[in-house]
Write a protein that binds this ligand. Structure first.
Ligand code: FES
Length: 543
């Protein structure tokens, strides 16, 4: 490697866990950022080593990145355990990479800074702003309705991802990187900086400098994380109008820190936390605008009455000290609590005879008429079946029908893919319908919108009540009462349960088999049961 003793002797060894890959466009700048981190580490008197880890690229990975979140978490933990690493800088950002890298680092409990990839630049089509994901779905519906032509669709494809970086709506990527910042894992304001802004390279450099100090201070994840820091992160997700995926990831992250978080924590905080970020898909602007308006530091300042400002962060200072000088530069993008986008209810937890262990809906992203709605179920037992039938002219659907997808949960799909935003049938699109009530045990991309009840638990594959629903049964959603029910009597449900038979899982060996044996349900965070908790693992022997 060309290093001399003086390069490393007596210096903290800093592992830079890098999820760069040609298969992940969101991370295409992370090799350069690793060099920026190294520059900072050298300057602060540390010895940097870059360690590649599996990327989880939303755009290409089959069947879904969520199948591999725990794989990357295990890889991160074991990289940090099996090599002589004193502290680490994590480079990720595309949706699942954030929770995965942090879950591994929390379990290993070495000093850790997260330097996230940052959002890409705003999309542009014929002078109009384009937002990742949200506008793909919006214009794909228009393409299917026949209101835009193939040339326009091709131009949209060319204009929607203009730079390196993660989706620039408040999708799962920006939701989770912001949650990481609110938990205390990043330098202040780090997660809002666009990926290709010069300040992003500076942030990486500063993260490299700071991690060396953190090693000498022995400032570890266990010194940062507690119940209050997780509640700060949940309040932040809610104030951002963030992704429903955060519910699963935050529960899993807390489980690694030995903290019991439940969907009811989201429920109680959702009732009192205002939505302050006017960012798509809930609001109007994009992440670049959010950064220029002051970024997450400014939002946290506005949210201060809802936060525990005494929580410690990677700076060694408290949240309150970090945001002391933050300012809002555009009061329409980052609202204050007197003028919120929504007074509360960014995410709503539902229960009922269809989801005894819970489900979630992002209520502000749905057409209001559907928040209290009942209609007959149209059921698809697989994604392929849905694809085959959804545009069939004889599909008996109108705007009041309820589209149901099952076998799309953690075990059923497997991997709980982002299939929960079921497409509107083409004949209804042509008639002007743009939202319908949809219910599934799947997840939904944080960039998507619509009246989608997600994460139904227990999932249908393991015999949850969704498996017992029949075509034509009336399904009712009542968001104000937080209920999702089928109008089927308890006796009839019991009769159907008696005749229900489980499906076989399809993995004879390999990681898939391990996954099927140990994955937990959505309301429990979808971690592997053997990875949770803080039981100490002994340091590997060195001979
Ligand atoms: Fe990577 Fe959206 S595809 S963040």
């Amino acid at each position: 490697m060309g290093c001399v003793h003086a390069d490393y002797e007596g210096k903290p060894v800093i592992g830079i866990i890098n999820t760069w890959s040609d298969m992940n466009p969101c991370h295409s700048h992370l090799r350069e950022r690793a060099e920026d981190v190294k520059r900072g580490v050298w300057q602060a008197g540390g010895f940097p080593v870059e360690m590649p880890a599996m990327t989880l690229g939303e755009t290409f990975q089959k069947p879904t990145t969520m199948l591999y979140r725990n794989f990357l978490a295990m890889e991160t933990e074991e990289l940090l355990r099996s090599y002589p690493i004193d502290g680490c800088v994590l480079l990720g950002g595309c949706d699942k990479t954030t929770p995965a890298l942090l879950m591994g680092a929390i379990s290993m409990n070495v000093p850790t800074i997260y330097a996230s990839a940052g959002p890409m630049l705003r999309g542009n089509w014929r002078g109009q702003l384009l937002g990742s994901g949200a506008d793909v779905m919006k214009y794909w519906a228009e393409r299917r309705a026949g209101t835009i032509d193939q040339r326009a669709w091709a131009e949209i494809e060319e204009g929607i991802a203009r730079s390196a970086g993660t989706c620039m709506t408040m999708g799962t990527a920006s939701t989770m990187t912001s949650a990481a910042e609110a938990l205390g894992f990043t330098l202040p304001g780090a997660t809002s900086i666009p990926a290709v802004d010069a300040n992003h390279a500076k942030m990486a450099n500063l993260s490299g400098r700071r991690i060396v100090e953190m090693v000498w201070e022995d400032l570890k994840p266990s010194d940062i994380l507690n119940e209050a820091s997780f509640k700060n992160a949940i309040a932040t997700v809610l104030a951002l109008g963030g992704s429903t995926n955060a519910v699963i990831h935050m529960i899993a992250l807390a489980g690694r820190a030995g903290i019991k978080l439940t969907i009811d924590d989201f429920d109680s905080l959702s009732k009192i936390t205002p939505v302050l970020a006017n960012v798509r898909p809930t609001g109007r602007y994009l992440m670049e605008d959010f950064y220029y308006a002051g970024g997450l530091s400014a939002l946290l300042k506005m949210l201060s009455p809802h936060l525990d400002l005494s929580c410690v962060t990677v700076t060694g200072k408290t949240v309150g000290e970090n945001i002391n000088n933050a300012e809002v530069h555009n009061a329409d993008v980052i609202r204050n609590i007197e003028n919120p986008l929504f007074p509360s209810g960014g995410l709503v937890i539902l229960r009922g005879n269809l989801a005894p262990n819970g489900a979630v809906i992002k209520a502000p992203a749905a057409e209001p008429r559907l928040l209290k709605h009942g209609g007959p179920a149209i059921i698809f037992d697989s994604y392929d079946e849905m694809n085959k039938r959804i545009d069939a002219p004889d599909l008996k659907a109108d705007e009041n029908s309820v589209l149901v997808l099952r076998n799309a949960g953690p075990k059923g799909a497997p991997g709980m893919p982002e299939w929960g935003n079921l497409p509107i049938p083409q004949k209804l699109l042509k008639a002007g319908v743009r939202d319908m009530l949809r219910i599934s045990d799947a997840r939904m991309s944080g960039t998507n919108y619509g009246a989608c009840v997600l994460h139904v638990s227990p999932e249908s594959f393991v015999g949850g009540p969704l498996a017992l629903l029949r075509e034509g049964d009336i399904v009712e959603l009542d968001v104000p009462r937080q209920q999702v029910n089928m109008q089927v009597s308890d006796e009839e449900i019991a009769r159907r349960r008696a005749s229900w038979r489980p499906k076989q899982d399809s993995y004879p060996r390999g990681y898939g088999k391990l996954y099927m044996q140990h994955i937990k349900q959505a309301d429990e965070g979808c971690d592997f049961d053997f990875l949770e908790g803080i039981s100490p693992i002994r340091e590997p022997e060195i001979h």
